[in-house]
Design a protein around this ligand. Structure first.
Ligand SMILES: *Cc1c(COP(=O)(O)O)cnc(C)c1O
Length: 307
């Protein structure tokens, strides 16, 4: 496989919402959802170093794993389709037709459904062995594009924002705010900031999923102190749990800001931000960067769940 030469950048745009204006808090959104129709959101940035490693090793593609609505597998399949490398997806649960799984097949990803028990084994030693034997020509990528490589791929987001501050007429910003799943994207920002600005992570998954541990582990591997960030609970009862208050809030924000969000990550992060802002966590004049991590490919299915 060849090394893709694609280097997408995302615009930074002001977020106009009355509850931010009331509190005198300014927010600009890094629109990772806009980098591409198919290869969207933070997932490309986490995948890019793995794709690069695969190309350098002379691999023919990548193999990874995720759920039936996985934004990560979707981005991987779309990248493979676009740049001409083989992709294999190991899926959680029993074979099921979802908008995402249908699209994975259309994008020529080869799918294997592992069941629920089989998928639970993904962190056990020896999980990858049979898949490595079956697909020796493919590079395995951890769930969600996690690990140090994935985080390093997100470091460039900091420069992407800094280079656009002029256009916002901002001398600087005070902190980052984003949704957290594995914590890989957050870890990349923390690495690049190296203490210059704090990073707030709104947990879209329950704490027991181990984002905190994964972040610590990435920072340790990079020999950086385990600091410079704060995690807040934003899961609202669990990953992919959607409630009316959340959906109403999301739709109101979409109408007012003219941006689209999705309920599983970005709307939960935004709602957690509103709670903090209304509790006075940020003084007037605070300028925040909110990362729109994408996920819009799964928006319709996520919305349907909440109805
Ligand atoms: C995967 C995903 C996240 C979580 O990113 P991590 O790097 O795993 O923390 C956040 N938002 C969206 C839309 C995602 O698809």
């Amino acid at each position: 496989m060849k090394l893709p030469e694609w280097r997408p950048t995302a615009p930074v745009q002001r977020l106009n919402l009355y509850w931010l204006a009331n509190a005198g808090v300014e927010v600009a959104v890094l629109r990772l959802d806009l980098i591409d129709q198919q290869v969207s959101g933070n997932k490309w940035f986490k995948l890019a170093p793995y794709i690069e490693a695969a190309a350098r090793q002379g691999a023919q593609g990548l193999i990874s794993l995720g759920g039936a609505h996985s934004n990560h597998l979707h981005a991987l399949a779309a990248a493979g389709n676009r740049f001409g490398f083989q992709t294999v997806g190991l899926l959680r649960g029993n074979p099921q037709l979802t908008p995402t799984s249908a699209e994975l097949e259309q994008l020529s990803m080869e799918l294997h459904w592992l069941g629920y028990g089989g998928y639970r084994g993904r962190n056990l030693p020896g999980f990858w062995q049979p898949w490595r034997s079956r697909y020796p020509q493919l590079l395995p990528v951890p769930e969600g594009g996690g690990g140090l490589l994935g985080a390093q791929g997100c470091q460039l987001l900091v420069e992407m924002v800094r280079s656009q501050l002029d256009q916002l007429d901002w001398p600087d910003y005070h902190a980052w705010w984003l949704a957290v799943g594995t914590g890989t994207t957050l870890a990349g920002l923390v690495l690049a900031e190296a203490g210059a600005h704090p990073v707030y992570g709104a947990l879209a998954v329950p704490a027991r999923h181990g984002a905190q541990l994964q972040i610590s582990s990435v920072l340790t591997q990079a020999q950086q102190a385990d600091q410079g960030y704060r995690l807040l609970d934003a899961a609202r009862g669990g990953f992919a749990k959607v409630d009316t208050l959340l959906l109403d809030f999301m739709q109101a924000c979409e109408a007012e800001s003219e941006m689209l969000f999705e309920p599983l990550y970005t709307a939960k992060a935004l709602l957690a931000l509103r709670e903090q802002v209304e509790q006075g966590a940020f003084p007037r004049g605070t300028r925040l960067i909110f990362v729109h991590t994408g996920g819009l490919q799964g928006r319709a299915a996520a919305l349907a769940k909440g109805l």
